[in-house]
Design a protein around this ligand. Structure first.
Ligand code: AMP
Length: 323
């Protein structure tokens, strides 16, 4: 995850929430992708490290456990850069130009200069991030499938020249639902300012929910409303475990026998109930002096041992070893 801002409910639905159960089944690596943050935000690095710590506190809050999984920082394992460089020697530039997000992001983020080699090479650095740990699987949502497909092609091409030296990763398809924004936009996203942060207080959550976009045609509560595509109900479906209550709200909303305020107040309550244990674990992690730093340094040390072994193998394979 890139430390470019505070984490929000979209990250919980699309990433963290999927990652937590994987810990029971796999040897998992989760990392702060600080170099990846530079691909789009190279001019704004002032908050990067503090976001990194905040994000890791959120991971722990959401249920990732540094005792069971390895948490590390990309830049503390500089072997990632070495593998990226070596991969770049065999990958044709058009492969990267053809990745759909390349043009999409350039069009979407017009205020950022995305013409750098770093941004073009983003999916190649991701390939190195994965391959350096001999990763079998990468948990991906819909927005990352093309990147993983590229990673597989890159690994095959590298192995074609140098032998069976790095492992071709497989996608582990996770929940690909996109959480819409508070404003009804199709995606909750930092750049759109339509988020509820995992670190928001109960009061902030309530205020944001009360101001949420809903059915705009419903100027009075006795007008039948639309449930489909209404983000208030999308959130109820995603976060309110009381399905009987949600079904009753939907029926009454369609019939025009319930006000938006009641539906939203219940949503705020459900969201806060979901966020409370996250807040607690998050606060406990932040309260221990030096704890997050220790987690990242120790995890990065462990990761580096593994990355070092892979790179020794890769250097042998490309026959650049000085004895
Ligand atoms: P970002 O911080 O936007 O680079 O997002 C990192 C990852 O979080 C993405 O690859 C998605 O898996 C997930 N994510 C971010 N925003 C959302 C959202 N609104 N709905 C679902 N998943 C999201």
């Amino acid at each position: 995850m890139r430390p470019t801002g505070r984490l929000h409910l979209g990250h919980l639905v699309g990433a963290l929430g999927n990652w937590v159960p994987l810990q029971a089944q796999y040897d998992c690596y989760y990392f702060v992708a600080d170099w990846h943050a530079l691909t789009s935000d190279f001019a704004e690095t002032g908050s990067l490290v503090s976001y990194a710590y905040e994000n890791v506190a959120d991971w722990i809050g959401a249920g990732l456990d540094p005792e069971r999984s390895t948490f590390f920082v990309q830049s503390l394992v500089p072997e990632h850069a070495e593998l990226y460089l070596l991969l770049s020697m065999v990958v044709p530039v058009p492969w990267l130009e053809r990745v759909p997000t390349y043009k999409e992001q350039q069009d979407a983020l017009k205020d950022k200069d995305l013409s750098s080699i770093g941004f073009l090479g983003y999916p190649l650095l991701q390939t190195a991030d994965v391959a350096i740990y001999d990763a079998q699987y990468v948990p991906v949502g819909g927005d990352q499938v093309a990147h993983l497909e590229l990673a597989r092609e890159v690994v095959r091409r590298f192995n074609k020249f140098f032998g069976d030296v790095i492992v071709e990763p497989l996608p582990l398809l996770t929940n690909i639902d996109r959480l819409p924004g508070l404003d009804g936009d199709k995606k909750m996203s930092k750049s759109l300012g339509n988020t509820i942060h995992l670190s928001d207080t109960p009061d902030e959550v309530k205020k944001k929910v009360m101001r949420m976009y809903t059915d705009p045609k419903r100027v009075r509560s006795d007008i039948p409303g639309t449930v489909e595509g209404n983000p208030v109900f999308t959130y109820h479906d995603a976060f309110n475990p009381d399905t009987a209550q949600v079904d009753a709200f939907k029926a009454r909303y369609r019939a025009g026998t319930i006000g938006d305020v009641e539906v939203k107040a219940a949503l705020a309550t459900a969201l806060n109930a979901r966020l409370d244990p996250i807040r607690e674990r998050r606060a406990a992690a932040l309260a221990k002096p030096g704890y997050l730093h220790e987690v990242l340094v120790e995890g990065s040390r462990r990761a580096r041992v593994m990355a070092g072994e892979t790179m020794a193998r890769v250097r042998e394979a490309i026959r650049i070893v000085y004895r």
